[in-house]
Design a protein around this ligand. Structure first.
Ligand SMILES: C[S@@+](CC[C@H](N)C(=O)[O-])C[C@H]1O[C@@H](n2cnc3c(N)ncnc32)[C@H](O)[C@@H]1O
Length: 937
């Protein structure tokens, strides 16, 4: 074992993340975590929060900043992988099942069985393995591990039993490190300590010691865009002191929850379990007292299904608006709409156990659309004639000169909770799913039923109860009265509620049953129980989609399932029993040491006041999710009677202060924020800035922001975190760029000519080090499928950023000022030019094997693209992001014509036979794009 001696002080030592990061392995791990959805550690605190940064990625960044690069890259990487549970011995624990001694003896060559195992009765087995256990004389032999075998020895042997497949396949089959964190690291500490000169048996101890060596104290991490708290939580769990802040109070609350619920002490966790049970029982007792959810025959309502109902302007009939009449796929239940000619309305009858063809027919209802996203229209048939009316026509929508929509819907008043009798859009209960304990066994049985007069009387009773109490609830702050803002940006998310329903306040998104349940939970809950409260709000409002295909006969989904706020024609309303699972939510538990500082502040990032050793941040970029718009939904409920723990935060989304967009304003705000952080960072501090985005323009933006913030990029990495989202059409791959930065010290000057040389050298040395040309035959990242070429291209960008941001002045220009200078649309800036040059240089390093450089230089972009990708396919690469990146690199505008498959993980070029004759002929687009040398076009 090599034991590199590290000086006690790491004050000026480069950090590991500035030299290496196993991005391929990390990509596999991060992707696995993202796909775990509800199995993720922090999701139960708020499943409505989108864009959580994988904890494993955060851990890599935090450790990468604290660990030193010692000069022995291979050993540094080994130790890092041990700490990340990416080593073979950790996979023994991560594997779903450990091999039994007999299985080991059947598979492995072992010279002396006695070195590892005790055999009973002794002397029956030969001295060495492998063994054939089918031999009759071995029948009653027992084998177990020797007591004196260390954990490491045992794991080493067991690791030889792991299948000889790729790292990706291992990750697929194994558990995530954090799922087995109690013991996965048991074997690593001797190796870690001897390499780092530490004396730790746990992460908090190691982190504290590394912090002292680097900063003189336990390291302090800050995240000023903390969102759901993924970065701060991982930092605290590892053992850092943490300051987290965000503009949005919901983000602050979620982050607080990571420290105090998931990270809470054992005692507080036990108390939480008691409090949860008490809350659930109080709610149940109150509902039983009111008798609004029981039928008097032992059944409780699980779900109430409601739809909008309106009068068809052409026929005068009242029509329930149902995009589909399917109620439950699993229970084969549909809603039959039966005309009642006399009253010019429809009776809705619920039929269970229907045939396949009935189920199929029920997929269409009384709402149609022209195309998947086309405008909705009401459709029904009277006397054999079909009548269609666009919903926008029905509402009388007109566009005002300022781009807003006005119509003849009545605007709801503060105390409204149901439509008034004359309103254009009414609401109707059309089905109830009932449940009761099975006569035998533990589970419940379920039934979907037609609405009865008794049900309608209970509806009436709920409305009267809410009507009697709403004023009090509102004045005492248990029920909101917050306006949905008008006059925001033209596509402000809340506008749809006003335009499509006339709802003017956030409480209008809840029907009387939902209001009653929400008020009860709100009244009975302290800070920690408010997490159940927000989950109930999310899953139980007029925008909670009913999914007939979900488990248990159907599922009521969350309003934020698609990261936007939309109105629905029909929705599911949970009975209190169905909401109970949120009140009794089993949170993951991973206690954080009480001596650590874990602080949450609600601040715009540019006003951050804490002092920090390092920052890991994931700023908003490109408006992927409009947190500042959608979270008003919760803020409305929480800004009054706020628990003391949350009361120092500003309970307003402060939309105007949110950093958004991609333009000049965005750059200016980002610079202000990062400049502030740079000032508050110790001199030898570090920053990791994460960006998840598809656009190539991101690099120039980032260079500019970093520059103007007084930072200098010391490394950049690209980790694939998401791919092929089944919810969206088409496949796409998303990666996260990690920029590692330090303070730019001094005021270095250079010229563009010198810079070109420097960039070239930096790019070439980076590419060479990644491909392992100067690291011996196998390169640094031995087990990794080396690097995919797309990473090499990223290395080009990274190298450019590293060189560029070293300088404060280039050709006499102050780069900080240049970075925030207003741009003309589509202007190619000086920085864009330099980055393009770096990418070109990286591409030069990418000539496929066996092709002479002189020949390569004569090829067109499309030809290079085709040959390069052919070369990569031959080496087994097949992810679409490679094709996307190289198309960009070789300036092939439409590479699609060259592809036989665009699947994210199964992309493929067309073969010769797949290029049709016409595609190759002179008149075809492909001929011009790909076959005519640029110079002759
Ligand atoms: C990409 S998200 C962070 C996600 C987070 N890393 C996670 O894993 O959940 C960006 C965050 O920046 C916050 N934000 C936007 N503008 C801000 C500002 N001016 N100051 C502070 N936070 C801001 C948003 O509220 C959002 O929580």
């Amino acid at each position: 074992m090599s034991a590199t001696v590290i000086p006690f002080s790491l004050k000026d030592a480069p950090a590991l993340i500035e030299r290496l990061l196993p991005v391929q392995k990390l990509s596999a791990e991060a992707f696995k975590e993202q796909m775990a959805v509800h199995g993720k550690t922090l999701t139960a605190l708020g499943s409505y929060w989108k864009g959580r940064k994988p904890l494993i990625l955060n851990k890599a960044c935090i450790l990468g900043c604290l660990l030193p690069a010692t000069g022995d890259g291979a050993r540094d990487l080994e130790i890092f992988e041990k700490l990340m549970a990416m080593d073979d011995e950790s996979f023994v624990i991560r594997w779903k099942r450990r091999p039994k001694p007999k299985e080991i003896l059947a598979s492995l060559s072992i010279r002396s069985i006695d070195d590892y195992f005790v055999v009973e009765p002794p002397g029956v087995l030969p001295t060495s393995a492998p063994l054939d256990w089918s031999m009759p004389e071995f029948e009653n032999v027992k084998v177990h591990w020797r007591d004196d075998i260390t954990k490491l020895e045992r794991r080493r042997l067991e690791a030889q039993m792991l299948p000889k497949t790729s790292y990706r396949d291992w990750v697929d089959a194994a558990q995530r490190p954090e799922e087995v964190m109690e013991n996965v690291h048991d074997h690593i500490w001797d190796a870690v300590n001897s390499h780092l000169g530490t004396n730790a048996q746990s992460f908090p101890a190691l982190i504290e010691q590394l912090g002292i060596m680097r900063f003189g104290h336990r390291p302090r991490l800050a995240d000023t865009f903390c969102g759901s708290g993924q970065i701060p939580f991982e930092a605290a769990r590892l053992g850092c002191d943490v300051i987290a802040s965000d503009l949005n109070p919901m983000a602050c609350m979620l982050t607080w929850g990571t420290f105090n619920i998931v990270g809470g002490s054992n005692a507080s966790h036990a108390k939480l379990l008691r409090d949860q049970r008490e809350l659930a029982d109080r709610v149940r007792a109150e509902m039983d007292r009111l008798q609004l959810e029981t039928d008097g025959h032992g059944w409780r309502a699980k779900v109430f299904l409601y739809c909008v109902e309106t009068r068809c302007p052409q026929t005068g009939w009242m029509v329930p608006l149902l995009p589909s009449r399917l109620v439950s796929k699993g229970y084969r239940v549909i809603a039959e709409i039966i005309p009642d000619k006399k009253r010019k309305r429809y009776v809705v009858e619920i039929r269970s156990g229907v045939s396949d063809s009935d189920l199929h027919d029920a997929e269409s209802g009384t709402i149609g659309r022209d195309g998947k996203y086309g405008e909705a229209y009401l459709t029904h048939v009277v006397d054999g004639i079909e009548f269609r009316t666009k919903i926008s026509t029905l509402r009388g929508d007109i566009e005002t000169p300022d781009g807003m929509i006005e119509n003849r819907l009545r605007q709801w008043e503060s105390l409204d909770f149901t439509p008034l009798p004359d309103d254009l859009l009414q609401e109707r209960l059309y089905c109830i799913q009932w449940m009761r304990p099975k006569q035998e066994g533990k589970n419940d049985e379920y039934e979907f039923r037609t609405v009865t007069d008794a049900d309608l009387r209970r509806e009436q009773a709920v409305q009267e109860h809410v009507g009697r109490n709403i004023k009090d609830w509102q004045s005492s702050g248990w029920l909101p009265d917050m306006r949905i803002e008008v006059g925001g940006p033209p596509r402000y998310q809340g506008q749809d509620f006003i335009r499509a329903r006339g709802w003017t306040r956030w409480q209008h998104l809840f029907n009387p049953r939902q209001l009653l349940l929400a008020v009860l939970i709100n009244q009975f809950s302290d800070a920690r129980l408010k997490f159940a409260f927000t989950q109930v709000l999310n899953n139980n409002c007029r925008a909670s989609r009913w999914n007939p295909g979900g488990g248990g006969g159907g599922l009521t989904a969350g309003i934020f399932d698609n990261q936007a706020l939309n109105t629905l024609f029909n929705y599911g309303c949970r009975g209190s029993e169905y909401a109970r699972s949120f009140m009794l939510q089993k949170y993951k538990h991973s206690p954080i040491d009480l001596s650590q500082r874990c602080e949450v502040m609600s601040l715009p990032a540019n006003q951050f006041t804490g002092e920090s050793d390092f920052f890991v941040t994931d700023p908003p970029y490109g408006d992927a999710v409009k947190y500042e718009e959608i979270l008003d939904f919760f803020i409305a409920w929480l800004r009054r009677n706020t628990p003391p723990e949350f009361s120092k935060w500003v309970w307003d989304s402060r939309r105007a202060l949110a950093i958004k967009g991609e333009d000049e304003g965005f750059r200016r705000d980002m610079v202000e924020a990062y400049l502030g952080m740079t000032k508050r960072m110790v001199t030898n501090g570090m920053q990791v800035i994460m960006f998840t985005h598809l656009s190539g323009s991101i690099w120039a933006d980032m260079a500019n922001i970093v520059w103007a913030s007084g930072l200098h990029v010391t490394a950049a990495w690209y980790v694939v975190t998401e791919t092929d989202n089944p919810l969206h059409a088409g496949s796409h791959v998303k990666g996260t760029v990690l920029l590692v930065c330090r303070k730019r010290l001094g005021c270095h000057k250079t010229t563009r000519d010198d810079l070109a040389w420097e960039i070239q050298e930096e790019v070439e040395s980076q590419v060479q080090s990644l491909t392992g040309l100067n690291q011996g035959a196998k390169g640094l990242y031995r087990d990794e499928n080396v690097f995919e070429d797309a990473d090499i291209q990223m290395a080009g960008y990274a190298a450019a950023l590293r060189v560029l941001t070293r300088y404060a002045v280039i050709d006499g220009r102050d780069m900080a000022a240049e970075a925030i200078r207003p741009r003309v649309k589509n202007e190619t800036t000086f920085v864009d030019g330099l980055i393009a040059f770096a990418v070109d240089t990286a591409n030069q390093c990418l000539v496929p094997q066996g092709i002479a450089k002189s020949h390569w230089d004569k090829l067109t972009g499309a030809e290079r693209f085709y040959l390069k990708m052919l070369d990569m396919e031959a080496r087994g690469a097949k992810t679409l992001d490679n094709y996307q990146n190289f198309a960009k690199a070789f300036k092939v505008h439409d590479f699609q014509v060259l592809m036989a498959s665009h699947k994210a993980n199964q992309a493929r070029l067309k073969s010769a036979s797949e290029f049709g004759r016409t595609e190759m002929s002179e008149g075809s687009e492909l001929y011009h794009r790909c076959c005519v040398p640029c110079s002759t076009r």
